[in-house]
Each structure stands twice: as structure tokens, then as C-alpha cells.
Design a protein around this ligand. Structure first.
Ligand code: PBG
Length: 324
């Protein structure tokens, strides 16, 4: 009787066997926790579409960073919501702005935690676009100048990595050049290289109060069907000096994560965005999914696709699971 010689089930019989042949490991080392910082003191303002996540004032962010460090998570990424928005997002490059104050406070009280800053303008402009608007569109080259100012201001305040998420052409080169000539040649750039115009950013825009007041972001963020273009974006960012390249969102774009890793062999970050978080949370709150199980499955899937690091609102929850 023809019977299979190969029986893959032999290696699935118990947990120790499964552990021995496991190909991908998620580690707390892979996780980066995003935080939303608002003005004021003692503010913890829950974000309704992101259960478990809140906007925090600087003092509370310091406490949160201590908890994150104590869980063994290597780094955080900060998003700032200023009290004052204007057409050119000037609070973004104010040395006394919300992110700059956060950086100084966290550096002082939580030394060693890696502090990444999102470099963009949508949270700082009254129109909610990621740069300077001319007519009905964002002016690329005018925006480069203020992106440079914002990056330098973050660097002066103590950022360990700057992460431009605006998707303007040439921004990595402009920022790299400015950092190098202003005394920050050692400061890495994590480039949001393949950032797609995604509906999955919905909850983030509540959290960051950054919904565009007219139009959308499709003239600067990428069109979701495009993979070759994503590789060209990554190639340009590397040529311009990016140290880490990012694909965002993560789960609907795992093919891009894989291709970027295989083609460039650079450190790849994947951003498990707000909508990906909200979907799992909402289903779990309804009792429709086992939250912990699908969270870990989603994160390991992103890792298996080729990501070296994952920006995720699940970072603390996952770290707790991983240390058990
Ligand atoms: C833009 C920015 C966005 C996110 C990170 N940086 C939103 C956007 O482009 O509209 C989204 C992150 C998320 O959804 O979790 N500064």
C-alpha cells in the first residue's frame, strides 16, 4: 500500500518538538510602542477607537515610558498634538514644542530608552495635511525645508532616531544632509519609505487629531496596488541615506515587507497601524476572537514576512506575553 514516507505531522506532536523546529521568533527586542503626547499635566485621554491607548501629557508619558522600559521594550515613537495649529505647522519645529519637551523629560527620567520621533506635519497644521499647502495640494519642496527644521529640532532635544512619515520626494536626502552638517551625523533615519494611502489609519487620525480638512493624502502617500513603486521608494530612500526602511501598514502589505527584505537586506520596520489594532480589539471585545492569540499570530506573521522591527500598539501586551 503506497503510504507516505514523509509525515510532516511527526514534528508537530508536542510543544517541545514544535519549539525545536520553529522558524520564526518574536522577541521583545522587535517591538516599538507608539505614544501620543498632548499638552497639559496629568492628562490621560482614552482614544475611543483604540481601546487601551490614550493621549498622554508629558508627565504621564514619562511614567508610561518607565513601564515600557520595565517590560524590556527597546524603544518608543512619539506623536505630538500641539495646542496651537497653523498653516505651516510651526509648533513642529519649535524647540519648546510638545515633542521637544517630551524628549527632554523622558531622556532625563528614563535614560536608555530609545526615543524615535515621527517627523511630519499633519498633527501640526490647521488643514491636517502633511506639509505646506499650495492650492489644493502639498508643495513638495517647500515642505522639505520645514521637515529639515523639524528633524533638527528633534535632534537638538535628544531624539535617538528621526522617522519622517510625510512621503515628500527627496526628504531623506534633505534631512540627512542637514543632520550631517549640523552636528548629528550619527543620528539614524527610519524612513517611512513605502507608506500607503490607507483606510487603516482611521483611528490614528482620532488619536493624533490629524484628519485632513479637505481632500485626502493620495497625492503623496502611495497607491495601495503598487509593489514595484514601493521598491523604488525604498531604493531612493536608501540612496538618500535611510538607515531603516519602513513598510506601512503591515498586515495588508506583507508581500511588500518580504520583497523589501529580500531585495535590499536592510533593517526593515513594519508599522502595525491603528486600524489593524482596532480590528482585533473590536472583535475581541465582542468575544469574536481570542485577542492574545490573534495578536501574537499577527505579530509573528509580520516578523515571518521579513520585518526586523514592528511598531505596534500591542507592544506592551505582547511584551507581557513574551516574558511569561
Ligand atoms: C502621519 C502618520 C500617520 C500614521 C503615522 N504617521 C497617519 C497618516 O498618514 O494619516 C498612522 C499610524 C497609524 O494609523 O497607526 N504623520
Amino acid at each position: 500500500m503506497p503510504f507516505p514516507i514523509q509525515r510532516p505531522r511527526r514534528l508537530r506532536r508536542n510543544e517541545n518538538l514544535r519549539r525545536m523546529v520553529r522558524e520564526t521568533h518574536l522577541s521583545v527586542d522587535d517591538l516599538i510602542m507608539p505614544l501620543f503626547i498632548v499638552p497639559g499635566a496629568n492628562v490621560v485621554n482614552p482614544i475611543s477607537s483604540m481601546p487601551g491607548i490614550a493621549q498622554l501629557s508629558v508627565d504621564r508619558a514619562v511614567e508610561e515610558c518607565k513601564a515600557i522600559r520595565d517590560l524590556g521594550i527597546p524603544g518608543v515613537i512619539f506623536f505630538g498634538i500641539p495646542d496651537h495649529k497653523d498653516a505651516v505647522g510651526s509648533e513642529a519645529y519649535n524647540d519648546d514644542g510638545i515633542i521637544q519637551r517630551t524628549l527632554r523629560a523622558v531622556k532625563e527620567h528614563v535614560p536608555g530608552l530609545l526615543l524615535i520621533t515621527d517627523v511630519c506635519f499633519c498633527e501640526y497644521t490647521d488643514h491636517g495635511h502633511c506639509g505646506i499647502v499650495k492650492g489644493q495640494d502639498v508643495d513638495n519642496d517647500a515642505t522639505l525645508e520645514i521637515l529639515v527644521q523639524e528633524s533638527l529640532s528633534h535632534a537638538r532635544a535628544g531624539a535617538d532616531i528621526v522617522a519622517p512619515s510625510d512621503m515628500m520626494d527627496g526628504r531623506i536626502g534633505a534631512i540627512r544632509h542637514a543632520l550631517d552638517s549640523q552636528g548629528f551625523p550619527h543620528l539614524p533615519i527610519m524612513a517611512y519609505s513605502a507608506k500607503f494611502a490607507s483606510g487603516f489609519y482611521g483611528p490614528f487620525r482620532e488619536a493624533a487629531e490629524s484628519t485632513p480638512q479637505f481632500g485626502d493624502r493620495r497625492s503623496y502617500q502611495m497607491d495601495p496596488p503598487n509593489a514595484d513603486e514601493a521598491l523604488r521608494e525604498v531604493e531612493l530612500d536608501i540612496a538618500e541615506g535611510a538607515d531603516i526602511v519602513m513598510v506601512k501598514p503591515a498586515l495588508p502589505y506583507l508581500d511588500i515587507v518580504r520583497q523589501v527584505k529580500e531585495k535590499f537586506r536592510y533593517p526593515v520596520a513594519a508599522y502595525n497601524v491603528s486600524g489593524e489594532y482596532a480590528m482585533i480589539k473590536a472583535a475581541a471585545l465582542n468575544g469574536w476572537l481570542d485577542e492574545e492569540r490573534v495578536m501574537m499570530e499577527a505579530l509573528i506573521g509580520i516578523k515571518r514576512a521579513g520585518a526586523d522591527m514592528i511598531l505596534t500598539y500591542f507592544a506592551k501586551d505582547a511584551a507581557r506575553v513574551l516574558r511569561r
